[in-house]
Design a protein around this ligand. Structure first.
Ligand SMILES: Cc1cc2nc3c(=O)[nH]c(=O)nc-3n(C[C@H](O)[C@H](O)[C@H](O)COP(=O)(O)OP(=O)(O)OC[C@H]3O[C@@H](n4cnc5c(N)ncnc54)[C@H](O)[C@@H]3O)c2cc1C
Length: 473
């Protein structure tokens, strides 16, 4: 029997439930459906699309060594997926299609339409669970609802993970290849420019690269994670987010590596490992919310009353933020890091997101879209969750009156200005104190802009905007 594995954001051979099931049931062919127009509608970053493609090259080789050909189909957008998948199945005498669930609304609608098209031609369609540790919809409050608060959610997750550990799915057994061979893969997809070599070098593709990074992190760095993860000049975090977002690494693989570095303890034992596991659970939390609340995929705030925030229409301020020219050094350094690396440190994602949504009072959705357009790890659930957290519009968000002061954050988390000097070379000669907030003379000499906003006044403006919202419902 010929079966099909439809690859999406699960670009791996190991620990891939859909692949394992497809192989168990027959001779498997793998398929990737490229949808450049759809990706453009989603505002996906060229660096991310390039990362997918580079991983597909690696995966095609790995699968090929086991006799599994990787085919590539290109459609404009998901509306063309049912016809394309059904035609592929008919042309290759495929009787079963297996895929891992994606939870964003367009992908769920796509899958429902594909299921219908396959049913009409008598092909079985099975969705598996491979993107999170626990299946969305199964971690619920006593009343059966999706948790909206992280702490009790994480407690329930840990209880579940303690009693039913997440076990690895074996990679597929080698097979005699079907009658068709793998497709040659392109070097770029239409309309998605190749990113800089610096970005490509920073994010090497393939499961082996992801595994090496995971091992290097859990073998040592993880021990200091709790103390160092907030300091952007330190290599204190795993930098695994692109691999988790593209599914090159599974959350189970990440969890098991952390557990083995911590004698199997989830929330006790070493503080570094326990804190890192906590972050994996934040990732889960946002995925579970995205699955439970389709409105999150449709640009809606989780707190309905915040739809009435009087966001400013300030294109010049937005552009200054995007380009790292706000005159607030920590914000500018972070935004330049994003443009150069396709990645930004978590602490700075919070600082820059809060600066945009509170100090500039610019709609968080514009920031969310800018991040998505540049992040190699761009992931709807985590990005939306992080933005709604920072903008105080989200489920378990920071209270609106707790506005980070970017200068205090800068002094606290980059006390010697190491990160600032790396990304703002024009300020590199300033001393450790001045670099966080240079004087007008120092700015003029360095060709660095004056702040585009007064931090104290803009904070009060945000408090007023959020404090006076009409109640909803
Ligand atoms: C405004 C904003 C936008 C964000 N956008 C994204 C995004 O598009 N994609 C993305 O993967 N993460 C996003 N994050 C979460 C977080 O910043 C990144 O996951 C993290 O910086 C990645 O670096 P790392 O792999 O070294 O993380 P580590 O600190 O090593 O954490 C390990 C893994 O846990 C997950 N994780 C860690 N923190 C979070 C978090 N707060 N929320 C969800 N998952 C988390 C990631 O998969 C990460 O790789 C965003 C956060 C904010 C505040």
């Amino acid at each position: 029997m010929n079966t099909l594995l439809w690859l999406r954001t699960d670009l791996r051979m190991h620990d891939n439930p859909a692949l394992a099931a497809a192989r168990e049931n027959g001779t498997v062919t793998a398929l990737f459906l490229a949808a450049p127009d759809q990706w453009r509608q989603h505002g996906d970053a060229p660096a991310k699309v390039d990362f997918w493609l580079r991983n597909l090259h690696e995966l095609s080789r790995d699968l090929g060594e086991r006799g599994i050909p990787l085919k590539l189909l290109t459609v404009a957008d998901w509306s063309k997926a049912p016809e394309a998948i059904a035609a592929f199945c008919q042309a290759h005498a495929i009787t079963q299609v297996h895929a891992n669930t994606e939870w964003a609304i367009n992908e769920r609608r796509r899958d429902a339409a594909v299921a219908g098209a396959l049913d009409a031609i008598g092909v079985d369609w099975t969705l598996h669970h491979g993107a999170s540790l626990l299946r969305p919809g199964t971690v619920t409050t006593g009343k059966g609802d999706c948790y909206r608060v992280y702490t009790p959610y994480a407690r329930t997750c840990r209880d579940r993970l303690r009693t039913a550990p997440v076990v690895a799915v074996p990679p597929p057994r080698p097979q005699t290849p079907p009658d068709w061979s793998a497709d040659p893969l392109p070097d770029t997809f239409d309309g998605f420019a190749r990113p800089s070599e610096a970005i490509r070098a920073l994010w090497p593709a393939g499961e082996a690269a992801a595994g090496d990074r995971l091992e290097a992190f859990t073998d040592g760095v993880i021990d200091a994670y709790k103390d160092e993860r907030d300091f952007p000049s330190m290599p204190g975090t795993s930098c695994l987010s692109p691999y988790l977002a593209a599914g090159v690494l599974s959350p189970g693989q990440a969890l098991r590596a952390a557990l083995s570095a911590n004698h199997g303890e989830l929330d006790s034992g070493k503080a570094g490992a326990a804190t890192w596991i906590n972050e994996l659970l934040w990732r889960e939390f946002y995925q579970h919310l995205l699955a439970a609340y389709p409105s999150l995929s449709m640009h809606q705030p989780m707190k309905p009353e915040t739809a009435a925030v009087p966001w400013r229409d300030a294109p010049d301020d937005l552009r200054a933020w995007q380009q790292g020219q706000t005159g607030i050094p920590i914000v500018d350094a972070a935004m330049r890091q994003l443009l150069a690396l396709g990645w930004m440190h978590n602490r700075l994602r919070m600082v820059t997101a809060m600066f945009l949504s509170k100090n500039l009072l610019i709609d968080w959705r514009l920031g969310e879209a800018w991040f998505m357009a540049h992040l190699v790890d761009g992931d709807l659930a985590a990005n939306n969750g992080g933005w709604q957290w920072s903008a105080s519009t989200g489920a378990d968000a920071v209270p609106y009156f707790r506005v980070f002061n970017p200068l205090s954050q800068s002094r606290r988390f980059d006390p010697r200005g190491v990160f600032l000097r790396e990304w703002l070379p024009e300020l590199a000669d300033l001393d450790d104190k001045a670099i966080h907030d240079p004087s007008p003379m120092e700015r003029a000499a360095a060709g660095y802009p004056m702040p585009i906003v007064d931090l104290a006044q803009s904070r009060l403006r945000a408090l007023e905007a959020f404090g006076n919202l009409p109640a909803v419902g």
